[in-house]
Design a protein around this ligand. Structure first.
Ligand code: HEM
Length: 482
């Protein structure tokens, strides 16, 4: 190693030791998450033992566990609970804490969150989303029709979700057989299984500068590919053909905002919307918006083949309200309360992020009379809240009807926290739900789904790490309706 690079490495190690104390939480999650079933059952036992609010100290750092719905709402609506921890692998994904999801509360986070909410809002109005659904479903439907015999629906669920979000972000779709799609899915799947599972750099961060592990290098390589493909390459192409009178996608919206700020804003405003932050914003929406939603779609299909009576009831609702002559549209959503209940119940049973995303406190604060120091790590025991018998009747039973009252969708229960709550709550909730209900309605309007002959049950335990709950592989038969 040259003296210069040795010096740089040493500086990076010192900086890492100064900044990164949150690796301590990774000791815990890593041990707890040795299997996903372990992680959620351990979290449920903690709730039984310690009650609504749980504190422990790991190497001088306070860790707070929010175990019940009341305490979760109480804490997470406070700005003081709104920061994120420093975790080496997430630093990679967020380009050093520079995307929306891993930014600390501050002007850049506010600006990019506002831009994302506005961009999604525009997408949900007019016929933009209907057009994207029609285009995405056409490709999905062709793939389903070509499947002869039992198949694992995962890649078709992945394709459908990618083809909803990618056109919104950069106005492009994928085909199932396309090498770029297979590579993108493969890389994202690797990231899902590597995050939250044992990564030595999350425990001893300076190692990433001295002797990064194979897993860390693999993760870095995959993240670089995703950021280059979905971010930098697209930004170059979009800038080259940018036309303010023809804004076609979300990347254009961000470029337009950048140009406006460059013309009217001061240096500080301009620095908040640099090329790097545009790229991180787009890539963040892509990863945050696809991994969670494709996991839900895959779970939903699995529940529908295990519970054929739920599938029939949802299909009847679609036939009776929309019929068979046209595809479902955004404006049909209110007419499909049972389909919506199927989605809500699937996400209650198997929330894609069983522990949400970890928060930290921005300053010394207080919760229920307890003093909580600045930089405490705050975790939401979301899965346990979704299965809490004090909140849900027979929580282990899959029953969409629990969300329906007098034939209409009941108010969203306070203990349904799939998208988090408070200041850092998911900004894509409305988009994800609309997408999922419409895709479900399109699928059931056109196809029957069933278990292969001779198969009577499926393993409903989650696979993958504790970060995103994904299904174990399974096979189904899809039959086109006459
Ligand atoms: C089934 C689908 C989805 C689920 C279950 C989900 C769930 C969540 C959860 C639990 C959080 C963390 C909340 C917290 O820290 O308190 C989150 C944050 C976030 N989600 Fe989603 N999400 C989904 C879809 C989407 C979509 C479609 C987008 C955008 C296109 C999106 C963008 C984000 C972003 C940017 C954040 C970070 C917000 C912040 O830190 O300020 N998500 N999501």
């Amino acid at each position: 190693m040259k003296p210069n690079s040795l010096l740089q490495t040493l500086k990076a190690v010192v900086r890492e030791l100064q900044n990164s104390l949150d690796w301590r939480i990774c000791w815990l999650t890593t041990i707890a998450a040795s299997t996903p079933a372990n992680a959620v059952s351990l979290a449920a036992r903690w709730k039984e033992r310690y009650g609504p609010l749980m504190f422990f100290t790991v190497a001088n750092r306070t860790v707070v566990g929010l175990n019940t719905v009341d305490v979760a709402h109480e804490a997470l609506r406070k700005m003081e609970f709104g920061n994120r921890p420093y975790v080496a692998s997430l630093q990679l994904l967020s380009g050093g804490g520079n995307n929306i999801g891993q930014s600390q509360i501050g002007p850049r986070w506010r600006l990019h969150r506002k831009l994302a909410i506005r961009g999604i809002g525009c997408f949900l109005q007019g016929d933009s989303m209907d057009t994207k659904i029609r285009q995405a479903f056409k490709i999905t439907s062709e793939c389903l029709e070509s499947m002869k015999g039992p198949f694992n629906p995962k890649s078709i669920a992945d394709l459908t979700i990618y083809n909803m979000l990618r056109p919104f972000l950069v106005n492009k779709s994928y085909r199932l057989e396309e090498a770029g799609f297979q590579k993108m899915i493969g890389y994202n799947d690797d990231l899902i299984s590597d995050f939250g599972a044992f990564m030595i750099e999350d425990i001893i961060p300076p190692l990433r500068h001295i002797y990064p592990s194979r897993k860390y290098r693999r993760t870095a390589e995959r993240i670089k590919y995703i950021q280059d493909e979905l971010g930098w390459k697209e930004l170059r192409e979009h800038k080259a053909k940018f036309d303010p009178d023809n804004i076609t996608d979300y990347m254009d919206v961000l470029i337009e905002e950048q140009k406006k700020t460059e013309a009217e804003g001061g240096p500080e405003d301009i620095s908040l919307i640099s090329d790097k932050y545009i790229v991180m914003n787009v890539v963040d929406l892509f990863t945050a918006g696809t991994d969670t939603t494709r996991s839900t779609l895959n779970w939903m299909i699995k529940f529908l083949v295990v519970y054929p009576e739920v599938q029939s009831k949802a299909r009847d609702e679609i036939d009776n309200t929309i019929g068979r002559d046209r595809l479902p549209m955004v404006s049909d959503r209110n007419a499909l309360p049972y389909c919506e209940a199927v989605m809500l119940e699937t996400m209650r049973m198997r929330p894609p992020l069983p522990f949400s995303l970890v928060h930290t406190t921005r300053c010394d604060t207080e919760l229920r009379g307890y003093q909580i120091p600045k930089d405490s790590v705050v975790g939401l025991n979301l899965y346990t809240i979704h299965h809490d018998p004090d909140q849900w009747d027979e929580p282990e039973v899959y029953r969409p009807e629990r969300f329906i009252k007098d034939g209409v969708l009941d108010q969203k229960p306070r203990s349904w926290l799939t998208f988090g709550t408070g200041v850092r709550a998911c900004l894509g909730e409305n988009m994800a739900k609309t997408e999922l209900i419409l895709i479900l309605a399109c699928l059931l309007q056109q196809f029957y789904f069933r278990l292969p002959d001779g198969v009577t049950e499926l393993d409903m335990d989650p696979a993958g790490c504790a970060f995103v709950h994904i299904t174990r592989p399974y096979k189904i038969i899809a039959e086109k309706r006459e």
